[in-house]
Design a protein around this ligand. Structure first.
Ligand code: ATR
Length: 293
């Protein structure tokens, strides 16, 4: 496995990611390679933070001068209570995945929507006037739903195990956008003949559960033109495999993860990362995943 070269000294700025679990995250690899490519004197480390330790962790990180943090499962929503400022998009989404140090505490941002949008654009997939089926209603689904609404989808269908959570998400979107929204229980068949885009945001199908898919109805798969899964490990979830077998174009979550990370780094250091570096790293990360390491 190719390592990441890190030279630490008294001026090294620390960045990191907090979550639970955290041991399978690819973010340290992505960011430390980015740091290496940019010749910055920073280091990015994973922090295993449990729910009951979140507040202390945020205050402690600030006291330690940690410049930037990413926030992942299960803290993206709760972290909002411990910030001094929240960016407008993150406020709309109701979830934060990026913290930037300010004088008195952290300001929260959400770069998941940017990551998903860039990943779609990179693959020439547009959301405008499309019929979109969103599977799930958690933190990641919120970012996807607000993105869909902001990009002018024709209709957003939210399919979730817990109807109440889907309704809550629809309510949030409706606060800001005049989007047509329909709500469905998981695995129900929708009336539309065509689902232009189906975005899978639940953890079903992740590494260790790769024989599971959130939907099993063939009738549903037949309608999907483009299937997007935010999971990247395995690279092809059962959901993507079944969608591909039904002739859909498929896209996994690695580009979304990559671009949300790029955006976070740009926010932390008020900079634009050159496209040459972005493209080189994305290719490297895809190859690394393909080799299964
Ligand atoms: P996150 O905030 O990171 O997206 P989450 O809040 O745990 O994670 O939400 C994950 C989504 O996956 C939710 O929509 C959840 O459904 P519920 O709203 O019914 O909880 C869905 N999900 C997770 N595990 C599931 C399972 N085994 N079967 C069906 N849906 C599941």
């Amino acid at each position: 496995m190719r390592g990441v070269k890190v030279n630490l000294n008294g001026q090294t700025k620390v960045l990191g990611v907090i979550g639970d679990p955290i041991e399978h995250t690819m973010s340290p690899y992505i960011h430390n390679r980015l740091i290496e490519e940019l010749s910055h004197n920073h280091v990015y480390v994973p922090f295993h933070v449990k729910k009951d330790g979140l507040e202390k962790a945020i205050h402690g990180a600030h006291a330690l001068g940690i410049q930037g943090l990413n926030v992942t499962i299960p803290h993206k929503e709760e972290v909002l209570d411990h910030l001094v400022e929240v960016d407008i998009l993150a406020k709309q989404i109701g979830a934060v995945n990026t913290l930037k140090k300010t004088a008195n505490g952290y300001k929260g941002y959400n770069t998941d929507a940017y990551g998903l949008l860039t990943s779609l654009e990179h693959n020439n997939i547009s959301l405008k006037d499309k019929v979109v089926l969103l599977i799930g209603a958690g933190g990641a689904a919120k970012a996807a739903a607000i993105l869909c609404a902001s990009q002018g989808v024709k209709k957003l269908m939210i399919m979730n195990r817990t109807i109440k959570k889907a309704e809550d998400l629809a309510y949030v979107v409706k606060k800001y956008y005049d989007t047509q929204i329909e709500i469905y229980p998981l695995n129900s068949v929708v009336l539309d003949k065509k689902i232009h885009l189906c975005i899978q945001t639940t953890p079903i199908g992740m590494h260790g559960h790769s024989n599971e898919a959130p939907i099993s109805e063939s009738e549903l798969y037949q309608k999907i033109e483009v299937a997007v899964d935010i999971i990247y490990n395995p690279m092809e979830t059962l959901f993507l495999k079944r969608a591909r077998e039904h002739k859909a174009l498929t896209l996994n979550g690695i580009e979304m993860l990559f671009y949300q990370g790029i955006k976070a780094y740009e926010i932390w250091f008020d900079m634009t990362i050159p496209l040459t570096i972005q493209n080189k790293l994305l290719l490297e990360i895809k190859n690394k995943l393909q080799r299964g390491i």
